[in-house]
Structures are given as structure tokens and as C-alpha cells.
Design a protein around this ligand. Sequence first.
Ligand code: AMP
Ligand code: MG
Length: 496
Amino acid sequence: MTPPASHTAPFAFDNTFAREMEGFYVHARPASARSPRLVAFNRELAEELGLDADALDSEAGARLFAGAELSDGATPLAQVYAGHQFGGFAPQLGDGRALLLGEVIDKSGARCDVQLKGSGRTTFSRGGDGLASLGPVLREYLVAEAMHALGIPTTRALAVATTGEWVQRETTLPGAVLTRTAASHIRVGTFQYFAACREPAKVKQLADYVIARHYPELERTGDVYFALFEAVRDRQATLIAKWMHVGFIHGVMNTDNVAISGETIDYGPCAFMDRYDPETVFSSIDAHGRYAYENQPRLAAWNLARFAETLIPLFDGDGDRAVERATDAVRDFVDRYEAHWLAGMRAKLGLTTEQPGDLGLGQDFLAAMQARNVDFTLAFRHLAEAATGQTEPIRTLFGGKPEIDRWLSAWKKRLADEPADAPARAAAMRRVSPAFVPRNHRVEEALDAAVKRADFAPFQKLLSIVLRPFEDQPEHADFAEPAPLGGPPYRTFCGT
Ligand code: AMP
Ligand code: MG
């Protein structure tokens, strides 16, 4: 007798959230998908997750990634959360177009959520159809993976499958599902939901789950919920500084889009800034510039204050004292953020030692960029060349103006106090200032080809370039260039 073929589920799901957090979600099923097709698959990530990449890169994989079939062990559920959207409180949002399938343990031992996004209606869909169209799903894939390659904490993109269904937006568009992974999908808004429902026991239960999952080092700390607040604050301070150093604009920093793990989450109308202007806004729904580039640190602090409000009842000390401590802890965000920002800026300027004038030197460089409408990414990349004496590219970029020459001589003077290894300095600068980010016009080209012509070659090409952001890639020099001047202002739309 031949033994039965061994059957291993494609995902070895564990389901701690489903098991331990009843009341924090509702069960749901993915919508039907007539003809699933796998259009993007992240082999490298699949392997990191310990999955069988060959088995998933297949028709069977397409059915799983489109939500047409469920892996054994999946317990699809929609998480509930609330959130401040553009400053106004929405008491119930929740996963209106996403389903958590379960958790997998990656090769490093870390627990990751696996979530389908665009997989149909749930209890929390309100007026929405629960679906996603191909363009925004590919944008999230591309930008999330670019962010990861840039060394910025982020949710990851595992796969995109088109469903064969149509999605009605302003026009009729191909439907698609993104499979993403995250340290978890717990947000500031998750805490806000239970705080607003006046369920302190649930807030505490959520905090305990978060500590065990994301901050286990705090478990034996006294005043552990205060320590949790500080830890989340510090991860946000690092994260936002990293965004600022690559010119990333999230676009919708609502409290429901702030992950407690410290990962960048929910890529909607996000974009990278090209010409340096701190007031840059790309999102069509951000009419007042609330989430403009320069406002991101301040808004992160505002979001953290909303998080602190949910935890205050759990802090040690009486009410007034707890509020006072929370206020001080939120205020400390600014110092921490500024310290990370300055450390990152020093690295971008090629500085390994610290001098009091370094902040001013960095700010002056940005001011010179702004005055001359200079591309943010190119300016720092050309500065690395200037570190080995090739100053022509940066001088040309700034239009050969006296300001840049003045700035370059101040910089060179400062470098005289640094260890004198110029090639090492230039190499270090190239490791922190990318040559390639997903430039808006390239992203549009790639998405357009995929959506309008089912041609995924431009998407794959752009992806492969932004996955190696710090390498020169002379064969793709045109992808390092900004869009030609004179085009219409770039606009992004919410990822629906
Ligand atoms: P986001 O802008 O992606 O952060 O989403 C904000 C809220 O709107 C979340 O609760 C989403 O689940 C919900 N949402 C966004 N688009 C849709 C859609 N097409 N159908 C149902 N819910 C949606
Ligand atoms: Mg969201």
C-alpha cells in the first residue's frame, strides 16, 4: 500500500489574535474571485516567512492570494478599530476591506500577521464595497517594498492577485487583492475604539497583548503601561525621522493608520517628494495640507497624544498626576524625534563626529535646496560625489549659484574635523542617501501599463530598481531623474 501523499498547508497559521482577543474582531469570509491570477509574488519574503515559494507561485497560490480559497488553519477575521481622520473622531472604522487570515512565524522567529486587503465586504465596510482596484494595490506593493529596501520599518507585500472581477470607481477597474504581512495590524485606533466604548478592561487586555507580542522586554517593568507608551513613542520618533530623510510623505496619518509596532502602514495616497519643499502635499483629499511633509513630526506627536489618552487610566498615580506624566511623555517625542533627525542628517552629510553647528549646516543645505527648487534625492546623492571632490554634479543641480558654493565651503571646512578618509565617507553617504526611490511619474507609468494594458513589465522593472536603492545602477540612470519640469502637479488618491 502506498502511503498517503504528505499534505502540508501552504501557511502554518497560528491564530493568537483570534484565540485570545475575542470581542476585538468579527469573523468574515473573502468575496468570490472569478478568475484569480497571480500578478506579483515576493519570493524573497515568502522564503523569509518559511513558506514554500514554488508551491505558492502557481495557480493554487493565485486562488489563495485572491481569497478564492483559504489555507487550512486560516481564521479570516475583520478587526475593529476607531480613529481620528483628519482630526475628527470616527468611533467605528475597522477592517472594511481587509481580513486577517492568521499569523506565521518567520525564519527569525518573529510573528507576522498575514492579511488580505481588497477581499470584500465585512461588518465594517459601511458604504464601501470592500474591494480594491489593481492600481492602488500595486502602489502599496511597490512603495512598501521600496521602504523595506530603504531600511524603514514597514508592513510588507507578499503577493498581488487580480480577481477577474471588476471594481466600480470613477471608471470600471480590474479588482485585485494584496496579501500583506505586518508585525501586527494593531493601531492607535484599536485602543481608541475600546477607550471610546468605555471598556477599560478591554484596553488593558489589548495593551497586555501588545506588550507580550511587540514589547516583551517591558513585561517585568514597573508602571508597564507607561513604559509601553514610551516605547511606542520612541519607535514613532525613529520611524518619522526615517521618513523625513528619504522625503516620504504618508499622506493619511490618521490614528487608524498608526501601527503600534512602529511599522509604516496603509499606503494610500503616499508619495516621495521630488523638489524640496516642506509644504509638499500630494493627496487629493488633504485640502488643507494637514499631512504635508513638514507637518509629519507634529502630527505623529498629535497621534501619540490620542494614544496616551487611551492608556492614562492604566498609568500609575492618581488622575491628575497620570495626565501630567502623559503630557510630559508626549512632549518628549519632539526631543527624541529631533535627536534621530539630527543623527540621520549627520550621516547624510558624511559626519561621524558631533559639533554644535551640524544642525544649522543640515538646515542650510535644505534651505538652499528649497530656494533653488532642487530635487531632494539627487541633492544628497550628488553630495556623496562631492565628498570625493566631484563637485560639478551638485553645483549644476543647484544651477551653479553662489549659495551652494558658500554652503559647500562651509561643509568642507566642517569635514576637515572628520577622519580624513574621503572614499569611505562617500561610500557611507551612499548607504544612507538612496539613488533610487519610487519616483511619482515612474510609479504612474508602471501602474498605468498594468491597469490599462495588463503589461506588468514596467512594474517589475521599477520594482527591481527600487529594491536596490543605494546602488548606482548606471544602466537605469533615467530612473534616478525627476520628472521633467512643467508637468501638472502630482496628485495621489486614497487607496480605494
Ligand atoms: P484607509 O484610508 O485605507 O486607512 O481606510 C479607512 C477606513 O475606510 C478603513 O476602515 C477601511 O477599511 C475603510 N475603507 C476604505 N476603502 C474601503 C472600501 N472600498 N470598502 C470598504 N471599506 C473601505
Ligand atoms: Mg487605514
